[in-house]
Design a protein around this ligand. Structure first.
Ligand SMILES: N[C@@H](CCC(=O)N[C@@H](CS)C(=O)NCC(=O)O)C(=O)O
Length: 220
C-alpha cells in the first residue's frame, strides 16, 4: 500500500491532511509542489493532470487520485477507520463537519494565495488592503467558531467532545494562518486553548509546516 501526498509545507489545506495521516499512523511519501516557484508548480501540466484545479493537496493511494483536503480526509476515514476522526452519531458527525466546513469553505478560500494574487495584480490593491482583507475574513470566521467550540467542546482542549476530530485538523492550520497574518488570538480564548493543547500532541507536531521536508531551513 502506498500513499503519496502532493503538498506544500505552508499549505494549510495540506496541513489538515498531514494531521489526519499522522493521527491514523499512516506512513506516506511527500511530493512537494512549490506554490510560488516559477509561477507555481501547482500549475504545471504534470500536476494539472492529477488535479485539474491546480491546488494542493492531492493524494495518491495505490494509483487512485483524490483532491480537496476534506474529501481526502473523509476518504482516509473510510479506508482506515482505526483512530476515528468523526464521532459515531449522525448529529455529532454533522456538528464536527459543520465546524470543519466553516473553516474549509468559508474562511480559507477567501484568503487563499490565488485570491490574494488576484487582489494585488488584477484589482491593484496594495499590501495593506490585502492584509486587511485576510484579517477581516479570518476574524469573522474564527468569531463564529469560538461560539461553536464553546457549545461542542467537552474538555476545552478539542473542538468537539474530548478527542481529536476533523474539526481539530482544520482549526490548527487555520490558526497557523491567522498568526501568520498578524492576528492576535486574544478574542478567541477557546480556540487558542484548543490549539495550544493540540499543538503539543506528537501527531500534530509531525504535521507542522516547519518540519516538512520542503520547508526551508529555519522555517522561512
Ligand atoms: N478547498 C481546497 C483548497 C486547496 C487550496 O486552496 N490549496 C492552496 C494551498 S493552501 C493552493 O494550492 N493554492 C495555490 C494557488 O492559490 O494557486 C482544499 O481544501 O483542498
Amino acid at each position: 500500500m502506498t500513499l503519496r501526498l502532493h503538498t506544500y509545507w505552508r499549505s494549510s489545506a495540506a496541513y489538515r491532511v498531514r494531521i489526519v495521516l499522522a493521527c491514523k499512523g499512516l506512513p506516506y511519501e511527500s511530493v512537494p509542489r512549490h506554490l510560488l516557484r516559477d509561477g507555481g508548480e501547482q500549475r504545471r501540466p504534470d500536476y494539472l493532470a492529477l488535479n485539474p484545479q491546480g491546488l494542493v493537496p492531492a493524494l495518491e493511494h495505490d494509483g487512485f487520485v483524490v483532491a480537496q483536503s476534506l474529501a481526502i480526509c473523509e476518504y482516509l476515514e473510510e479506508c482506515f477507520p482505526e483512530t476515528p476522526l468523526l464521532p459515531a452519531g449522525p448529529r455529532e458527525r454533522a456538528a464536527v463537519r459543520a465546524m470543519a466546513l466553516a473553516i474549509a469553505c468559508d474562511v480559507h478560500p477567501l484568503n487563499n494565495l490565488r485570491v490574494q494574487q488576484y487582489l494585488r495584480e488584477a484589482t491593484g490593491q496594495d499590501e495593506d488592503a490585502v492584509s486587511r482583507w485576510v484579517r477581516h475574513w479570518t476574524a469573522e470566521g474564527l468569531g463564529a467558531l469560538e461560539t461553536l467550540v464553546g457549545r461542542h467542546s467537552g474538555d476545552g482542549r478539542h473542538c468537539f467532545g474530548a478527542s481529536v476530530t476533523l474539526a481539530d485538523a482544520c482549526l490548527v492550520p487555520q490558526l497557523y494562518n491567522a498568526r501568520r497574518a498578524g492576528l492576535d488570538l486574544a478574542p478567541w480564548p477557546r480556540l487558542a486553548a484548543v490549539t495550544s493543547h493540540l499543538e503539543s500532541l506528537p501527531e500534530f507536531a509531525a504535521a507542522r509546516p516547519e518540519v516538512q521536508p520542503d520547508a526551508p531551513p529555519g522555517g522561512g
